[in-house]
Write a protein that binds this ligand. Sequence first.
Ligand code: ADP
Ligand code: ASP
Ligand code: MG
Length: 455
Amino acid sequence: MNEKITPTVMKFGGTSVKDAAAFLRVAKIVASQKDDLPIIVTSAMAKFTDALLNAFEVAKNGESGEGFTSLKEHFDRHQAVADELLDKTRKKAFLAELDLAKEELSGLLLRVERRSLPLQMLRDAIVSYGEQLSSRLLTEVCKANGLNARQVDSRRVIVTDDEYGSAKPIWDETENFIKLELNNLLESGEVPIMGGFIASNRSGETTTLGRGGSDYSAALVGAALRAREVQIWTDVTGVLTCDPRICSDARTIDVLSYNEAAELAYFGAKVLHPKTIQPAVDHSIPVRVCNSHSPNEKGTMVLAKSDVSPNKIKSIAHKTGISILRISSARMLGSYGFMSALFQVFERFRTVIDVISTSEVSVALTLDNTESLDKIVTELERLGDVEVKHGFAVVCIVGEGLRASPGLASKIFSTIEDINISLISHGASSVNLTFVVEEEKVKDVISKLHTTFFK
Ligand code: ADP
Ligand code: ASP
Ligand code: MG
C-alpha cells in the first residue's frame, strides 16, 4: 500500500444537499478538488432526518401507515433531484434503490407498531435511510458530472457500541476498516462517497452517532487516514461571531483553536458537531468550515492553537430548552461524598450536566435532556430539597485568554445589567464564560453582547 496517500475529507451537511441545485453545487465543488483525493461524507437531505424520526413516533403511536405516508413528500424530493440531474440509466438505477427503501421503511414502521424488535434498534434502522439515500443519490450525481465516484456503506466501516441513537465508535476496529476499505479506492482513483451519521455495531445492526453526527463521521475518516484536512461544508461562511439568525451582521472567524471550537459547538453553535473536534485533535488534522453557496471563500480554520483576538472574545454561542435543577441540603456543609452521590444519580440515568455551580449548601446545574427528569428528581430528593425550573438558555462566550483578561467579565455583565442571570460558570476552562438566562431574554442578550464586542 502506498503510505503517502493523504486524502481530503469533504463533509456536506443537509443544507448542502437539500435540492437539485444543491446536489449539482456539491458535484462541482468535489470536481474542483479532485486532485486532492477527496472522500465525501454526506448528510441526509435537509429535513429528511426529522421526518424519519417523526414517522417513527407516529408508528409507535399505532399509525405506521400514516407514518409512512408522511414520508412521501421526501421521497418525491429525492425523485425530483434524480429527474433533474440524472440520465435515463442512472435515474432508473436510483429509482430502483428508492423503491426498495420505501418497501423496507414501510416494513420497519410496521414492526415499530407491533413492537416486534427493540424500538431503539428500529429507530436507528429507520433514520439511517436519510444518509443511505443521499449518499446513493450523490454518487449518481457525481458520476453524471464526470467523477469516478463510488458509494461506500458507512455501516461497513464505522463500528460502534450498542448505544442506539448516540453510539460510540470503537476506534481500533473503525480505523482498520476505514483504511482497508478506502485506501484501495483512493489508489485506484475512485472518489468514495459515504453517508455520515450511520454506523453499525459488532453484530452488524445499524446504529447512529447522535444528531448532527455526520461531522463526527467525517472526522473519524479524516483521523483514520491522516487526512490533509477535514472540510465541513454548510450554508454559511464558516463559524460566525454568533448565530446569524440572531445577528444578521455576524462575521466569519478566520481561525479558531480546537478548544474554542469544542466549547462553541457544545453550547449551540450548530455549525460543528461537538465530537468532531476530538478525532481531529488527536491526530492534528485541520478542520475547515466552508460555505457550499460560496466555495471560494476561505471560511474558518480550526487548528490546534489560535491567536488571542484583540477583544479576547471570538464568538457567542447559545442553547435554548435548558432546565435548571437546584439541590439544597445542610448535609453538604463540611461533608464529603455528597457530590459523588449526586453525580451517580445522573450517571445512572445517563443524563449529561452542562453547567454546574455550587455553594456551601446547594448545587445548581443545567440539563438539556429531561427525558429521565422525574426519576432523577425522585432520587435526588433523598439527598436534599430539589427545585426544577424550565425555560432557560445557556449563553457561552468563547475566546482563548478569556480567563486571564481583567475587566472582561465586568464589561460583559454591565452590557446586560438589566437582565437577571440565573447561574454563572467561569474559569473551569480557560476559553469560556458561561451563564444562564431566561429563554425569552436570550436574543436580546446576544444582540447586546454582539454589538458591544463586535461592532
Ligand atoms: P448543516 O446542514 O450543514 O449540518 P446546520 O444547520 O447543522 O447545517 O448548521 C449550520 C447552521 O448553524 C447555520 O445555517 C447557522 O444558522 C447555524 N449557526 C448557529 N450558530 C452559528 C455560528 N456561530 N456560526 C455559524 N453558524 C451558526
Ligand atoms: N442527518 C443527521 C441529522 O440531521 C446527521 C447530520 O446531518 O449530521 O442529525
Ligand atoms: Mg450539522
